[in-house]
Design a protein around this ligand. Sequence first.
Ligand code: NCD
Length: 359
Amino acid sequence: MTPTRKLVSMADVSRQWWDRLYMQCCDIINRPEVYADACRGRLIASMFYEPSTRTSFSFQAAAQRLGAGVFGFSDPLGTSVSKGETLADTIRMTASYSDTIVIRSPQEGSATAAALYSEVPVINAGDGGHFHPTQTLTDLATIAQKRGKIENLRIGICGDLKYGRTVHSLVGAMAMFRGIRFCLISPSELRLPEYILEQMSGQGQEYVESESLAQCIPELDVLYMTRVQRERFHDAAEYRRLKDVYVLTKKMLESASPDMLIMHPLPRYGEIALDVDEDPRAVYFEQARYGMFIRMSLLLEFMQLPRLAPKSEICDETKSECGNPACITQSDVYLPKLVSDLGKGRCGYCDKKFPTLTL
Ligand code: NCD
């Protein structure tokens, strides 16, 4: 089997690959000294077009704990991007200096676009409100560490399911595991987007939707809280109306199972009260630490791969243009049309349906 050369969505991760990544992650946790020089002489390029604390720092820490170096930016204003350089050219240059590229951008599909022009593996560290697969690896590693296995779980996901990219990647990934049932908790305005719901139905994933966190809590094995994503709202008044809809408090946890995991990708912004932190079920800070170890495991795989000319992807012959204003194809108009993993009639970068033309 040819090794995976990119991680832009969880569709790139097979169950077999996950099992290998996780076993290696456990070994790294137990014997970090064995890996201290594993990537000596290698370099990762860290391209952050959007703010980040955990993702950016954990990649930097992961690379350095493997003996690799890191270069890059946390603000594109200091680079030629501010002179109008295209993503394709920036990626060609960055790939020529590095062994793996980590990219975060507010534009959906940017990592897919980057992988088209890179000779080295590309990792999506978050593309707008679309996907965030390495947060999902973090979440899976946390559940596996805390529960021993990922199986037969009732998982509640609460908050901004519309714009929460960590949620989109997490639900997709759970199709790899048996007996997972979801309780999707959000106000109707922040429900999961249709392309994710359609994918869940296509994979036969079980879910119910609810607006009540209190009603779902007693049933759950895992409660995954999320922040309402202020930066993705077009309407500030709507954000203000929805931002405090769910606040998890110590009192609410009285009805929860004694071994329910409370998770959050972080940062939080009021949706988990501070008094929850002392509850032994709250694992969100440990979760962030597992993120560093699983990223070490991922980098270790990618940094061993040979440099390779990017392979051309299957193009979509339709003349349709993506209508999603957040899609990378809006600014980078030279990009070839790609077929979405979810089938024809959808943009291969952001997975949104092409607008239907009315005559
Ligand atoms: C998340 C993100 O950037 O999508 N943070 C993270 O990477 N751990 C979640 C968020 O910002 O709310």
